[in-house]
Structure formats: C-alpha cells, structure tokens
Design a protein around this ligand. Sequence first.
Ligand code: G4P
Ligand code: MG
Length: 175
Amino acid sequence: MKQKIWYTYDDIHRVIRNLAAKIQASGMKYDAMIAIGGGGFIPARMLRCFLDIPIYAVTTAYYDSDDLGKVTEEVKKVQWLDPVPEVLKGKNVLVVDEVDDSRVTLEFCLTELAKEDFATIGIAVLHEKIKAKAGSIPAGMPYFSGITVEDLWINYPWDAEDIDEHNRLAAESST
Ligand code: G4P
Ligand code: MG
C-alpha cells in the first residue's frame, strides 16, 4: 500500500503563504483565481488572504467510461464557467488546485480553459509531487507550487472525519 502523510490546516496555511510569496515575487499580476474543485476550493480561499483577488470555480470528477467494453477512467466536468463571465475576458487568471499529482485533471482543465479569451493562464498548486506525469502543462505557462513532496498519499484536513485524530497522525508522521 502507498505510504501516507497527514497535513494539518496550519501546515497548509504555511505552504500557502510560501506559494503566495512565489506568485508575488514573479511580478505577475493575476486578476482572478479559478479554483478546481473540490480540492482547490479551500486552498484558493486561503490564498485569497494574500492575493486579494476574486475566486471563480470549476469542478471535475473522474468517471468510468466504457469504450467498446474496456472500462477506463476519464475526467469530466461537473460544473464549469459556461460561459466565462465577461469580466474575466482578457484577464490574467490563476488556476488553483491542491495537488499536482498525475496532471491528468490539470491538463484537462488547462486545455478547456485555453479555449477561452484569457490574457494569460497561470497555475498554482500547494503540493507538487515529484513523479512521472501522465498529463502535461503547456510549455512556458507560469507554474507555482508551495512545496515539492515525495510521491506519497496526502491526507488533507478537509477530508478528515475526526480532525483530532487527523492532527495526531500528522504530529506522529512528522516526527
Ligand atoms: P492532477 O491533474 O491535479 O495532478 O490530479 P490527478 O488527476 O492526478 O488527481 C486525481 C484526483 O486525485 C484529484 O481529485 C486529486 O485531487 C486527487 N489526488 C491526487 N493525489 C492525491 C493525494 O495525495 N491525496 C489526496 N487526498 N488526493 C489526491 P479530484 O478528482 O479533483 O477530486 P477532489 O477531491 O479534488 O474533489
Ligand atoms: Mg482535485
């Protein structure tokens, strides 16, 4: 079984602060965030405290698709900016997600968003997993990650049913 790691809300807050500092140091001025739900919602809200720009949202999910009897998983839209609001046209948008894992979801979202009339698209993720990537990010697209991590399974606090137990496991795994 894949090794696991637990992060607390405080751990995540510190990573977001680091992420915001990198975005600000780049000199790029983003007009809005586009959070990829569900994992990108809470990070985008925490990031807003530093960037002070509005949050828009899209949500994707993996579905089984049956292609000639062969079942594969593919990313589909649950909710989208359809149409993209007029105020975002010609603007710099920052796509926010919690984790850069296989990049399959990221590639899907970036491909769809690239069809729209934005000036530039950047990407911000909390955790950048160091691993081989199945999906890709367009060359030259601004990319920011709060921290790089090993290819472990991350347990996020917003998925915890018992936050005290989650925090205990986080304390244990960090020693
Ligand atoms: P990527 O493009 O951002 O790299 O995502 P990828 O398609 O590889 O990830 C598939 C789903 O698995 C995503 O959830 C992603 O958030 C989740 N995921 C990947 N690695 C981890 C991990 O270490 N821990 C946790 N908790 N989740 C991980 P999703 O389909 O977008 O669902 P949601 O939970 O964000 O709603
Ligand atoms: Mg996600």
